[in-house]
Ligand binder design. Structure first.
Ligand SMILES: [Cu+2]
Length: 164
């Protein structure tokens, strides 16, 4: 009888403990760019320093009519095709997940205004049970894909001023 009660209590308490991991997700090295006035994409590194696995399920922003989680598939012959990610982007406990060019990204559709270099783009990342995370990423339309140039892996560096 007591064991049953304890099990029931544990079941009630555990979700609350998970919810306390709110600040577990941090966003690093984010930026957004657009190739045309109507749509763009945001890229970033998601870090999960908590003990619970988290999943980015949705993104909202006032800068676009719709934001979707997309992945990019190499169809061969140089053809890259984007498709909506069903089920979100998993960020396991203690791990990081990159949203990068040619891979997963936040697709911005129906931009309310063209993305101009130097602007800040505010995003709300919904991690479901892990809570929501507000992120502000700079617009950098000129940034090259990661594989075009070696990246610095320095931690806690200040956002680099837009240099060419
Ligand atoms: Cu896309």
């Amino acid at each position: 009888m007591k064991i049953t009660l304890l099990a029931a209590l544990t079941a009630i308490i555990l979700p609350a403990a998970t919810f306390a991991q709110d600040a577990a997700i941090t966003v690093a090295d984010g930026y957004a760019r657009s190739a045309n006035p109507k749509s763009g994409a945001a890229f970033m590194t998601l870090r999960n320093s908590g003990a619970a696995d988290c999943t980015l399920t949705a993104v909202t922003t006032e800068a676009a009519e719709m934001a979707e989680l997309h992945t990019t598939k190499d169809m061969g012959d140089g053809v890259m095709k984007m498709s909506k990610i069903e089920g979100g982007i998993a960020v396991p406990a203690g791990a990081e997940q990159k949203l990068e060019r040619g891979g997963d990204h936040v697709m911005l559709m129906g931009l309310t205004a063209p993305l101009e270099n130097g602007q800040d783009l505010a995003l709300t990342l919904d991690f479901g049970d892990c809570g929501t995370v507000a992120a502000v990423v700079p617009v950098d339309n000129d940034r090259k894909p990661e594989d075009a140039a070696p990246m610095s892996h320095g931690e806690h560096t200040m956002p680099a001023p837009a240099t060419n």
